[in-house]
Design a protein around this ligand. Structure first.
Ligand code: SF4
Length: 474
């Protein structure tokens, strides 16, 4: 039962939310007050603990912390499978796979040939995450369910979760989140890219049931971080400091620095070798440059003497490898006597990311690439792994369009798509009307095939409608 009342306290509108729920046979009541006049959210800070690794293990060992398929019954899983079949799969893409990854639709000038990358689309980690979230819906039909963030970076998947009665904990414009909307006894789903230690502690203390869908590849990175912490190493994370996965990984580090690309890594390595030798390499400049990407109290003169590499799992693999090698060479140069004690790197980029990057690389390096009019990449605009799939053909000088859903394709022959700099633009007359075309296709690791099929069908319909021979016939 939930009651909502609106009060006026000192002239400020306040929502009073009262919820009652049953847990372990005991009825409890939760109360929350919410100020309505501005968007302020809670910013959680982790409670200090002796060992973050032990704290994480303690929380995940709780009986109300569910994190594997075995936590759900066969009936619950069967109902999830039914939903997945109707919302996620694509017979078109499966048929293409069975037919040398190619299919042609339409005739004459309206013909469209699609050539699919040999590895594409929803990875097992993302699929597992969706399955666990939907299993939570089946297991707890009468309890309020929240997710701490987008489950994956895909608008269709997130809408599907909303349609299944899962609410998203809102972000506020001051950088916080409305955690107060979660009440004891609710169900909280953690997304595929994980949650911070502070969030895990908060929900543990609040007394919710947690369904953790963190991808095991992400957990693997956290295990690597644990080892680096135990060796008193600073973790250099190859990632984007504002990305949820990098934020979660950083929360398990002791000291960390996040570098987004090889250029930032080169700067840090130059600093290690020649600190303060130029204005550019001054400590002040370093601190400004990485102000948002370092642990509290980070001092480059203290914390870059012993380092380990970790990465956001969806970064561009070759760049991660190059960054690791660069730091290794730098530490050998700086500390020739004992560099092996001062540097550690583990391969933590996930197979799914690598396989999709390799497949699009094969496509753009194939001698037949000149037959392609352009490459269409389908995936969330916030999706890091999708952006890397776009980079590969772009860097080869090919035309590539990144769309996040079929609705990007309009019947007036305009396309709304994302450029690599993050801007969303509209291109007019993107499909030629006077000849058949061939399109290379791939999709990000968080994009179900059904959404790709929807986009390809939209292309076929549009091409049929605008092609010259059809117009003449009409
Ligand atoms: S891309 Fe990799 S790390 Fe991310 S969910 Fe998929 S398998 Fe896991």
């Amino acid at each position: 039962m939930h009651l909502l009342s609106l009060l006026i306290v000192c002239g400020v509108a306040v929502s009073l939310q009262i919820s009652s729920y049953q847990k372990n046979g005991v009825r409890r009541v939760g109360v929350s007050l919410r100020m309505n006049e501005k968007e302020s959210g809670m910013k959680l800070e982790a409670r200090p603990v002796q060992s973050k690794k032990q704290e994480r293990r303690r929380i995940v060992g709780n009986k109300d912390f569910l994190r594997s398929e075995s936590d759900f019954s066969a009936e619950e899983k069967a109902r999830v499978e039914e939903k997945l079949l109707s919302h996620m799969k694509s017979s078109l893409l499966e048929n293409m796979k069975a037919n040398m990854y190619e299919t042609t639709k339409g005739e004459g000038n309206a013909a469209v040939t699609f050539r699919l990358a040999k590895e594409w689309g929803l990875c097992w980690g993302a699929e597992r995450s969706i399955e666990l979230a939907l299993a939570a819906v089946e297991k707890f039909p009468d309890r309020r369910k929240h997710i701490t963030n987008e489950l994956l970076h895909n608008p269709g998947v997130n809408q599907m979760l909303k349609d299944n009665d899962i609410s998203f904990i809102e972000k506020t414009n001051d950088g916080g989140k409305k955690f107060e909307t979660v009440q004891p006894g609710d169900v909280v789903i953690l997304p595929a890219f994980g949650a911070t230690l502070a969030e895990m502690q908060y929900f543990d203390e609040l007394g919710v049931t947690t369904v953790d869908t963190t991808c095991p590849w992400v957990s693997k990175v956290w295990n690597v971080v644990d080892r680096q912490v135990s060796k008193d190493m600073t973790t250099i994370i190859h990632g984007k400091y504002s990305h949820e996965e990098a934020i979660a990984t950083a929360s398990f580090c002791k000291d960390y620095l996040i570098v987004k690309d090889i250029h930032e890594a080169e700067y840090v390595c130059n600093y290690i070798l020649n600190p303060g030798s130029t204005e550019e390499l001054s400590k002040d400049n370093f601190m400004k440059k990485f102000a948002q990407a370092m642990s509290p109290g980070f001092d480059p003169d203290i914390h870059l003497k012993k380092i380990g590499i970790a990465n956001q799992t969806t970064m561009y693999k070759r760049e991660t490898a190059a960054i690791g090698k660069l730091f290794e060479a730098t530490m050998i140069k700086k500390y020739p006597e004992d560099a092996s004690d001062r540097f550690a790197a583990f391969d933590t980029i996930c197979d799914a990311t690598q396989e999709r990057q390799d497949a699009i690389t094969d496509m753009v390096e194939d001698p037949d690439v000149s037959q392609l009019d352009f490459i269409l990449v389908v995936g969330g605009f916030d999706s890091s792994n999708t952006a890397h799939l776009v980079e590969i053909p772009h860097n080869k000088g090919l035309t590539v369009y990144h769309i996040n859903e079929a609705d990007c394709i309009s019947e007036t022959n305009t396309l709304t798509h994302r450029l690599l700099d993050g801007s969303i633009v509209t291109t007019e007359n993107w499909l030629p009307t006077d000849r058949p075309i061939t399109i290379g296709v791939t999709s990000g690791a968080s994009t179900p095939d059904a959404y790709v099929e929807e986009a390809l069908e939209r292309v076929v319909l549009l091409k049929a409608a605008i092609s010259e021979d059809n117009k003449i016939a009409a």
